[in-house]
Design a protein around this ligand. Structure first.
Ligand code: UD1
Ligand code: CA
Length: 448
């Protein structure tokens, strides 16, 4: 990759009133990651070592979220909304002498890829002073138009200032660009606000650069990648586009998705080749699935690791901190949380296992509950290797069941069970001959 040092300036000051939300626009999520997080990741993946975010509306909330997601990112505030060039200028303290490249990105254009960012940078490496990212618009209205002469970009004209001829142009400005770092601040200085909106337009940098004899070039990308999010419908459209491409990526990498459109993926989901994902599976954040694992229909996973060859569901819920080791089995209507399930261990039916470790090869019977919470604190349950927990048992934590120990069905276990022991903790059965109240009424079973 390139040796050039790069800063990304990401504009995220927008109000987003059309979202009708208490949450600042760039913090709305796509695939369970805030939009601004997608943009930060794309920059990082294009070897952009330094990242600066310009915040405005909801500054404090956005700044906090940015720092939590990317501690290395710097945050600057644009206190007045005076245009895109003015917003970039807010980040000028980050534009230091040692930088080679600066790329300008937008926090509400979340699907931009690292490839595209890398292409903009490659334009600079190839000798351009300024590289503009353009696209062929289905409907160009509202966008700045790229005015080309002899295949060179001479200016970007905002729609409000465009002539009729210029409005007919369909090659549009994405707003994103890359600029040789040393050129940025002088260009920003030269931009005025003598235009229809009275704003400092970053797009004016192009005509100024041309006048100064700088080299300006254009990179083109697909319009779909430049989808901007201003309302909930556009958020849903961006989500759908992200999901569609994430599914295609998984399929291409060797993962089976039986009905791809029904599987919901998070931005950080990792699934190894030869895993099989049945319909209607939801992957929340922080899930890793190993090779050959099967995730059966209608399962919901979040913050969970499923190792090679393990089997989950149908109808299983793995909550954060769940780790299912190789060939482990989690069956229907089983919930796990903060629990390690050892190699080949089984929890096949109707159980809640939380704050526990289950040893390799152990078998947890149907309806087993770890009683991990006393209303105030949480406690751990430790189940040894090869142990057997009979159906409908309650394991009252803190409690330890030793290796190869056996718990009788229906037990309420409150004390530790040593290795290799049998524990039965339930009322003894009483049988009273001829005392069935049905029999006492003299009723006979009726044929159906
Ligand atoms: C801008 C471009 C236009 C391009 C279009 C692509 C300019 C002058 N025009 O137009 O050529 O086709 O984007 O969508 O750049 N922002 C701030 N602070 C400000 C003003 C804007 O942070 O003071 C942010 C906005 O939150 C938004 C982005 O910059 O994320 C673009 O601003 P917006 O006002 O939407 O520009 P457009 O008129 O759409
Ligand atoms: Ca816009």
């Amino acid at each position: 990759m390139t040796e050039r040092s790069c800063l990304a300036i990401i504009l995220a000051a927008g109000e987003g009133t059309r979202m009708r939300s208490q949450t600042p626009k760039v913090l709305h999520e796509i695939a369970r990651r805030p939009m601004i997080g997608h943009v930060l990741k794309a920059a990082e993946a294009a070897d952009v070592a330094r990242r600066a975010v310009v915040v405005g509306h909801g500054a404090e909330t956005v700044a906090k979220a940015v720092t939590a997601f990317d501690p290395a990112a710097a945050v600057f505030e644009q206190t007045e909304r005076l245009g895109t060039a003015h917003a970039v200028r807010a980040a000028s303290p980050a534009v230091t002498d040692d930088l080679d490249d600066v790329v300008i990105l937008y926090g509400d254009v979340p699907l931009v890829t690292s490839d595209t960012v890398a292409r903009l940078r490659a334009g600079l490496a190839a000798g351009a002073d300024l590289v503009v990212l353009g696209f062929e618009a289905q409907d160009p209205s509202g966008y700045g138009r790229l005015v080309m002469e002899d295949r060179a970009l001479v200016a970007i004209r905002e729609e409000r200032e465009a002539s009729d001829a210029e409005r007919a142009i369909t090659l549009c400005n994405s707003g994103m660009l890359a600029v040789r770092a040393g050129r940025l601040l002088p260009l920003l200085e030269a931009i005025g606000n003598d235009n229809a909106k009275g704003e400092y337009y970053l797009t004016d940098a192009i005509a100024i650069a041309r006048q100064e004899g700088l080299v300006v070039s254009v990179e083109i990308t697909a319009e779909a990648e430049l989808m901007g999010v201003n309302d909930r419908a556009q958020l849903a459209a961006a989500e759908a586009a992200f999901q569609a491409s994430a599914r295609q990526r998984l399929l291409a990498s060797g993962v089976t998705l039986q009905v791809p459109d029904t599987v919901i993926i998070s931005a950080d989901t990792v699934i190894e080749p030869d895993a099989v994902i049945e319909p209607h599976v939801v992957f929340g954040p922080g899930v890793k699935v190993g090779t050959g694992a099967a995730i059966h229909a209608f399962s919901h996973l979040e913050g969970a690791v499923v190792e090679a060859g393990a089997s989950i569901g149908p109808y299983a819920r793995l909550r954060p901190g769940s780790v299912v080791r190789e060939k482990g089995k989690i069956g229907n209507f089983v919930e796990t949380k903060n629990t390690e399930v050892g190699v080949g261990a089984k929890i096949n039916h109707l159980s809640y296992v939380g704050d526990a470790s289950v040893g390799a090869g152990a078998n947890i019977g149907a309806g087993t509950i770890t009683c991990n919470y006393d209303g105030v604190s949480k406690f751990r349950t430790v189940i040894g290797e090869g142990a057997f927990i009979g159906s409908n048992s309650a394991l009252v934590a803190p409690v330890t069941i030793g290796d190869t120990a056996y718990v009788g069905t229906g037990s309420v276990i409150t004390d530790d069970v040593p290795a290799a022991s049998l524990a039965i903790a339930r009322g003894r059965q009483v049988v009273k001959p001829d005392r069935s109240p049905i029999a006492a009424r003299g009723e006979k079973p009726k044929p159906a």
